[in-house]
Design a binder for this molecule. Sequence first.
Ligand code: HGA
Length: 608
Amino acid sequence: MCGIVASVTQRNVINILVKGIKKLEYRGYDSAGLAIINDQKNIMRIRCVGKVNELIKKVKEKNIFGNIGVAHTRWATHGKISKENTHPHISSNIVVVHNGIIENSSQLRNFLIKKGYIFYSETDTEVIAHLLHWEQNKKKEHLKTAIQKTIKQLYGNYSMVVIDQRSPSELIAVRSSSPLVIGLGSEENFVASDQIALLDVTKRFIYLEEDDIAIIKNREINIFNKRNTIIHRKEMYSNIQYNTVEKTGYRHYMEKEIYEQPESIRNTLKYRLQENNTVYFSELEKKEKKLLKNLENIQIVGCGTSYNAAMVAKYWFESLVNIPCHVEIASEFTSRKPAISKNTVLITLSQSGETADTLLALRYAKKLNYLGNLTICNMEGSSLVKESDLCLLTKSGIEIGVASTKSFTTQLTVLLMLVAQIAQIKKKTHIEKKIVQNLYMLPIRIENVLKKDQSIKIIADQICDKNNVLFVGKGELYPIAIEGALKLKEISYIHAEGYPAGELKHGPLALIDQNTPVIVIAPKNALWLKIQKNIHEIALRDGLIYIFSNYNDYHENNTFFIKLPYVEELIAPIFYTIPLQLLAYHVALNKNRNIDQPRNLAKSVTVE
Ligand code: HGA
């Protein structure tokens, strides 16, 4: 969360900052700001509450010029959403933009107030700026030394970029927990929280590693590690196509990403499904296969949508390869001491690979008695990937909409392939074959269900003025009900909950009335008869029922049937996710919500 862009160049830095920070809006959109040092060596700062477009308007009014600058889009953690709390924060000659949380900021603030510093904001970031100024001026230190002395006193996470009016030809970037990438230009260089902010200006990147400090000038970059030794970090060339970060004709990124799912899944399956109906992961060499061979239990951790994907996988691991699987929300996993069964492998799930709660869960698990760990992630080079024993990448491409869509379905795709891989290792070849055959069909099945968009839009029109919506499913479709409810609440702000269909009578039935739509996910499968009983229970209480299925013989008043195409049972959870994403999308569209940037949320949750 929070997006940082910075640059030192020979042209006007403003455009680079503004265009870059606009691309990072998915990381936070409470407020945005920038600061530059101009030709007269003055710091010029512009800040405003709201989206980056507000900042752009203000920047246009001011007509400022400078060769070095920093910009920030904020997701507030310390201090309310206000102009005063918007980054950059300044202490005399020092300018700071920051992504993270300083846990001991109140103690440091008290110390600095005693030293005479005046605080203009409630943020922890202003504490960094003043402390840095204090350290720099105590013994007239060089900025880098002052930064090193400052961060020794900070508890928490402090990825940041600093500029100093006294040395206006260098940026200093510090990485702590949240990602920072250096973009390499010709006689100009850049820094950002995510390379997509810089694709307009470069394709060459260096990812900073934990605790790195980089001094970045026009023609020179020096990176120091924790021990203050100059260190070489690998340069990489980005293959991300520019249009993958554009809306290309769609109204919203979320809509684009929903429609990209057949292709994202094809990319995820590519080279991994073999013609002889086996699965092949190039990532798995002898050592990794041994880990999978020895595993007897699985523990999965994730947050939000990733947690819901993990819940589906539990059904698959247990029913298809007979491996006990526990699933837990990452922040809860680290809040207790888990009892670990013999030979348990920990699996972490995260789109960005930077989700702080999940990363902390991995670090915590490493101190416990797990057989090993594996991550399923969309971002190569992310912290989770770097810190895990093994990584299986989802290949969904960049996801910008804050509400996850294609990253959920590609996570499920990889999880199902992992089940097939375990089946192969455990010599259950019929299971492996069945999974592979079903997965081959998945992109086509999704293309078919996407054609139902208009019928789903009709349902969306009917439910968009309701205050509560229930989603129910059974078996591995139950977590899909939870995911459907999560999508709806995230982007439409309608209260929604997902329940196991059989659980309604134990409480939630009390919520049923003619104004509470119940979305029932009920494909014709082995559980179909059972869920029919639950539908009847809702109908008897005058519930407003929407049945999503390929088959229906329930024709009562107040019951609507959304006929969906056929899908193989194994891949049904992935398939049934799509109409629920479309439903949430159309409801939010109807309500004129900010679909790609729902209130209070941000993608890539890099704070605990
Ligand atoms: N703590 C700082 C930065 C917030 C952040 O990194 N959010 O993800 C603030 O509240 O401004």
